[in-house]
Design a protein around this ligand. Structure first.
Ligand code: FUL
Length: 481
């Protein structure tokens, strides 16, 4: 009996030794809430308030509540369009700079409760929440820190008011996936009749740390967006352009919302000490709010495709604004564009040519970390090299000469963002031809290149902070050249 036990112990320890250890995480890594956010990739922004009815972008805060009167408001239409368009959620301007609340806040009179709509008994947020649930979408809120209606804006009392409103939003409307804190603070406003300019110090006035605590307490899975995080950062422009080099890392302690950091926000900090990935916010129209004279200026499906490449394709999420009109509906032109774009996207990435093909790498960590993990369709498996090996090639054998013009690359970001430099080349007529020079990867990079007819595609990682961990590689032949 004793002998058998010894034997068993020996077998168990032997097999433990032959297990290859996974790479240690390198640098900052995403939280669970951030990982869930990365998966969302594409979702809708909805700008809707009194501005929709006064034809403005920034309301002064003195508008009569009665102007808010959508004739056919239907949040189910918004949600259906978002779902059919391939989006994963909706973030709504619960309160924009004018201070008008789309829900009947008990802390202000400037809200739907004093509007003509539904005789003051309506609640846009409640309707949207229900619609999101019905269509399987996540729900997020934008609550403008700048409030041009509030008489106490600029004083410490305003923070109590702002936090009370935030509590209402985070307790009464179910799970919130993202809270959007805008950095704009323009100065002049109605301010309860004072009609004056009020300047605040962006760095200190809002005491953000204490507001963030409320979000963590009430909605622990919600990510918070602002120019500088804490969870998600602005990409630094409203043109829809993510940066080609894009670190999910940031020295956020050196930054604050409303600061002048646009350039840094695009690339992030290579040596950042926090995980704070970028979100690209951009509108389908010129304005954030609906204006009839922009009905003919809706982005085309092709233009939306470009936005997709310059956001999701550059390691960022795409928050696309689609403003409802005065009926309270997404306009027909916007809807058509969104759905046609969805169809383009489907054709663009119709058949993954790498799927199931033979893959080899010049360096492999060992059992469990094989090159074939990059095309097994499982996001939890990855190819990794040995710790000291920070450069390596991985080659996908297409089996026969195949036309290709798109590549998708993903790092296993649970272990940190690592790759600093890579190249993609194609084996054509016995020679390696360079296709792409790249820098960072992160959650996802999608790159285009002119159609090549190749038998093999090689991804060469030439510089990485630690051994590369690549979870996914896909190849496509998108329509066109
Ligand atoms: C900006 C605001 O001033 C715009 O009106 C809009 O809401 C945009 C998303 O953020 O800072």
């Amino acid at each position: 009996m004793k002998r058998i036990c010894y034997l068993l112990v020996a077998i168990i320890s032997l097999s433990a030794c032959s297990q290859v250890k996974p790479p240690e995480p390198f640098g900052p890594v995403p939280s669970e809430r951030q990982l869930a956010w990365h998966e969302m990739e594409y979702y809708m922004f909805v700008h809707f308030t009194v501005n929709t009815f006064t034809d403005k972008e920034w309301g002064y805060g003195d508008e009569k509540e009665s102007v808010f009167n959508p004739t056919e408001l239907d949040c189910r239409q918004w949600a259906k369009v978002a779902r059919d368009a391939g989006m994963k959620g909706i973030i709504i301007t619960a309160k924009h700079h004018d201070g008008f609340c789309l829900w009947p806040s008990q802390f202000t009179d400037h809200s739907v409760k004093n509007s003509t709509w539904k005789d003051g008994k309506g609640d846009v947020l409640r309707e949207l929440r229900q619609a999101c649930d019905e269509y399987g979408l996540k729900f997020g809120v934008y609550l403008s820190p700048w409030d041009r209606n509030s008489s106490v804006y600029g004083t410490p009392e305003y923070l109590i008011f702002y936090r009370n409103q935030l509590r209402e939003l985070l307790t009464n409307y179910g799970d919130v996936f993202e809270v959007w804190f805008d950095g704009a603070n323009g100065g002049d406003g109605y301010y309860g009749g004072a009609r004056e300019t009020r300047k605040i110090d962006n760095k200190t006035y809002y005491d953000w740390g204490n507001t963030h605590k409320i979000v963590r307490e009430l909605q622990p899975m919600a990510v918070m967006f602002s120019d500088a995080g804490p969870d998600i950062r602005w990409v630094g422009n409203e043109r829809g352009t993510g940066s080609l080099t894009n670190w999910c890392l940031l020295k956020k302690d050196e930054m604050y919302p409303g600061g002048d950091f646009a350039r840094i926000l695009g690339e992030g900090h290579e040596d950042g000490n926090y995980w704070v990935p970028a979100e690209v916010d951009v509108s389908i129209r010129r304005g954030w709010f609906y204006h009839q004279n922009q009905d003919s200026l809706v982005r085309s499906p092709e233009n939306l495709m470009e936005l997709y490449y310059s956001s999701v394709g550059r390691n960022s999420n795409l928050l696309l604004n689609v403003p409802p009109d005065r009926r309270g509906l997404l306009h027909e032109n916007d809807v058509k564009s969104l759905l046609d774009f969805r169809e383009l996207l489907r054709k663009e990435f119709e058949t993954d040519l790498a799927n199931g093909k033979k893959v080899n790498a010049t360096s492999i960590r060992g059992k469990g970390y094989e090159a074939s993990n990059v095309n097994d369709g499982n996001p939890e498996t990855y190819w990794a090299t040995n710790d000291f090996q920070t450069a390596s090639d991985i080659i996908i054998d297409l089996g026969s000469e195949t036309e290709v013009n798109r590549i998708i690359l993903q790092e296993y970001i649970k272990l940190g963002q690592r790759v600093q430099k890579f190249k993609v080349s194609a084996f054509i007529n016995g020679e390696w031809k360079p296709l792409i020079d790249g820098t960072t990867i992160g959650h996802k990079v999608i790159r285009k290149f002119p159609v090549v007819k190749a038998s093999e595609i090689k991804v060469s990682i030439s510089k990485s902070k630690a051994c590369p961990v690549i979870s996914n590689i896909e190849l496509y032949r998108a329509p066109g050249k």
